[in-house]
Design a protein. Structure first.
Length: 360
């Protein structure tokens, strides 16, 4: 039976970079004889314009019935005055919660060809390859009660609840241990167990889970030290696992170690390995429609989709190799260009990846 991918390009540069990823998918199908069907839907601002809401019930049903979703980016100034409940980003959040996409995988990989693009010294980051596994549907971002109340003395007080159930920690730990098994065999769990009881429980549960993964070396780090170590000696890490809020901050920090947001893919998975795959960056309205966007994060998101949700690791490897080959040839979009390299547009970069994939 053919596998189903739902393609949701979204807004801004989303449709431009998605078009390049779909060209690469066609080339991959041709080279590897893959049986994949692609359906298309609207999300974000594009869906608000067409359906009045950022994610229609029809599109959500399509998502539920897909093996994987390839997502572009949403948002832009056109929809900034929408009420909070109908903002473009709500489409993305609804997909995450409705499909229970609790595991966010964010690789921070620095292709050696781009070591100069990092704000850190090249020797600290060249060849960097970290995977941050972030819990995505729990923790303080979702905990109840939450709100702003007025105290008896008239002063306002804001409050949120940081809560994790044991089962939530267990399932994200399992994803992280399995990812570490497929990579360098090292897992660092990040918490603040010296101050927060909830992360004390987190640490206990991760240790309990480690009993099933004797081939993975487990370590623990407080989040403040982890932030420091990420900029001091980032190559010490293989896989990091942490809760929603710490993961949000650390994964952006790790992303910037690589120098270009236009190069970074991500995956969000549920317990059935159904997943949504998207670049880390947003819809970049400042360069939308100008053939300037870097399509490589979207193309690398496609590679992750093939590896994690469709079990096509060989094809994923070939796409990642094609991206590396394109960089070897000195081809660059504006966000990663440096002296001596050839500046290319979005479409030309997509064509170059297709060419490398088909003529490898
Ligand atoms: P952004 O990531 O869209 O852009 C930040 C900067 O990076 C801009 O200068 C942009 O031109 C550049 N950039 C981003 N992607 C690039 C690419 N592929 N190639 C070259 N340059 C690239 O973040 P922002 O400006 O803060 O947000 C713009 C819009 O995107 C907002 O509406 C925001 O809400 C939305 N957003 C969406 C997502 C998402 O869909 N997951 C994530 C973040 C922001």
């Amino acid at each position: 039976m053919s596998k189903q991918i739902l393609c949701l390009p979204g807004d801004g540069i989303g449709p431009e970079i998605m078009a390049e990823a779909l060209k690469v998918l066609d080339a991959a199908k041709q080279r590897f004889g893959l049986d994949i069907e692609v359906s298309h839907g609207l999300v974000g601002g594009a869906a608000i314009d067409h359906d009045g809401v950022p994610l229609s019930d029809e599109t959500l049903a399509l998502a539920r019935n897909s093996d994987a979703i390839l997502f572009g980016a949403v948002g832009g100034p056109k929809w900034d005055d929408q009420p909070m409940a109908n903002r473009p980003e709500k489409g993305l959040l609804k997909l995450r919660s409705e499909l229970d996409l609790f595991a966010n995988l964010r690789p921070a990989i620095l292709f050696p060809q781009l070591a100069e693009a990092s704000s850190l010294k090249p020797e600290l980051v060249a060849g960097l390859d970290i995977l941050i596994v972030r819990e995505l549907t729990g923790g303080i971002y979702f905990g109840e009660p939450r709100g702003v109340r007025t105290l008896e003395n008239g002063e306002r007080e804001g409050y949120n609840t940081y809560v994790y159930r044991e089962s939530e920690v267990r399932r994200i730990a399992k994803v992280a241990f399995e990812a570490a098994q497929k990579r360098g065999g090292r897992l660092c769990s990040v918490d603040k167990s010296n101050v927060l009881e909830v992360t004390g429980l987190w640490r206990e549960v991760v240790i309990e889970e480690s009993a099933g993964y004797n081939d993975v070396e487990l370590s623990h780090m407080y989040v403040d030290n982890a932030a420091m170590q990420l900029v001091r000696a980032p190559k010490q890490f293989d896989v990091m696992v942490t809760g929603n809020m710490f993961g949000d901050i650390l994964s952006d920090c790790a992303a910037m170690l690589t120098g270009s947001i236009g190069m970074l893919p991500s995956a969000s998975l549920n317990e059935k390995n159904q997943g949504m795959y998207e670049p880390v960056h947003g819809s970049a309205p400042d360069i939308a429609g100008e053939n300037k966007a870097n399509p490589l994060a979207q193309i690398l998101s496609l590679a992750m989709l093939l590896r994690y949700s469709l079990g096509e690791g060989t094809t994923a490897d070939a796409i990642e190799k094609a991206v590396s080959d394109v960089l070897d040839k000195g081809y660059r979009t504006g966000d990663i260009v440096s002296e001596g390299c050839q500046l290319m547009g979005t479409v030309e970069m997509g064509d170059a990846v297709v060419d490398c994939l088909l003529n490898a």
